[in-house]
Design a protein around this ligand. Structure first.
Ligand code: MLT
Ligand code: MN
Length: 304
């Protein structure tokens, strides 16, 4: 099984267009230029030809350009992207669908009923696409069954309902229900190894801990270092937890959680531009390295 990280940053990317914090400035024209990151997305394939795009960021056009396996090949109109799975309806995870409107075929999209609802109401992107390529929607099961999209042979995903948040535009923002956000368990049929992927993760319960304990590779929400980071670094009003992202540090933070799985490969995804771990020379990055925890980057290649 093959996972390619297309975008390793949270919404806004790194640097964010309107952010002049020292780190964003250094990523624009200084020491951190090589640390730039695009917005959250991965691609998954078993055969290396048919790719499941997991979340479609506003940066999808550049991400496709940067990842040759997603380029057209064969027919004059074609793509390595055979199907799309959405884990929530957050703007950074769905807006790129509009950049794929030139498709000759309806986009084959796998998402929960709740995500579809948001994408037909608060952000009516499916209605918009109906005037272009159209979207063909298949619901992700939430009953513990896995699903293998016909378009991506061998890529079997098991959706796990997570506690995180529906987007600010959603009617369900203050009314959380299973299916607003999911994580994926992805098993490799060749090696029997298992990956768990969750870019938006607000709380860990026992059921989720059991899934994480069963994974050989854990790719999880690394949005912020501290809960109050947005207000400290850029004067934001929301805490990380209020946005549905468990911070890395603090009581019960993601580092405490990950410390329970020392044998797994542990990789942080969905890193916000305020997070000090984006600086490879920071004390925070050194702490991750001491724990054996990796920070994902655009183009990171994972085979299992
Ligand atoms: C989030 O996950 O909270 C997002 O990155 C927010 C956004 O895209 O605006
Ligand atoms: Mn996000």
């Amino acid at each position: 099984m093959h996972i390619r990280v297309l975008g390793s940053a949270a919404g806004g990317g790194f640097p964010q267009w309107n952010c002049d914090s020292p780190r964003c400035r250094a990523a624009r024209r200084g020491r951190l230029v090589s640390e730039r990151r695009s917005q959250s997305s991965i691609a998954v394939s078993q055969d290396g030809h048919h790719w499941l795009l997991v979340n479609v960021s506003p940066d999808i056009r550049q991400q496709i350009l940067d990842n040759t396996m997603l380029h057209p090949s064969g027919a004059v109109r074609s793509s390595g992207i055979a199907a799309i799975a959405l884990m929530d309806s957050q703007i950074d995870h769905v807006t790129g669908l509009l950049m794929m409107r030139e498709s000759d075929e309806p986009l084959s999209i796998y998402c929960t009923k709740r995500t579809e609802e948001d994408l037909r109401t608060g952000f009516p992107i499916f209605e918009m696409l109906s005037h272009y390529c159209r979207a063909s929607v298949t619901h992700l099961p939430l009953d513990g069954h896995s699903i293998e999209p016909d378009e991506t042979p061998g890529v079997r995903i098991l959706p796990i309902p997570l506690t995180s948040k529906a987007p600010p535009y959603s009617r369900h923002r203050q009314d959380p229900r299973p299916g607003d956000n999911v994580g994926f368990v992805i098993d490799s049929p060749d090696t029997g190894k298992r990956a768990f992927y969750a870019p938006g993760l607000g709380e860990i319960d026992d059921r989720l801990s059991a899934w994480m304990a069963s994974a050989d590779i854990i790719m999880v929400d690394g949005t912020t270092w501290t809960d109050d980071e947005m207000s400290k670094v850029v004067g934001g009003k929301k805490t990380s937890r209020q946005m549905g992202h468990l911070p890395l540090t603090g009581e019960g933070g993601m580092l405490d959680v990950l410390a329970d799985y020392p044998l797994a490969r542990r990789i942080l995804v969905h890193i916000n531009n305020t997070n000090p771990v984006l600086d490879p020379e920071s004390a925070e990055r050194a702490r991750l390295e001491a724990m054996g925890i990796e920070v994902s980057y655009d183009g990171m290649d994972i085979r299992f």
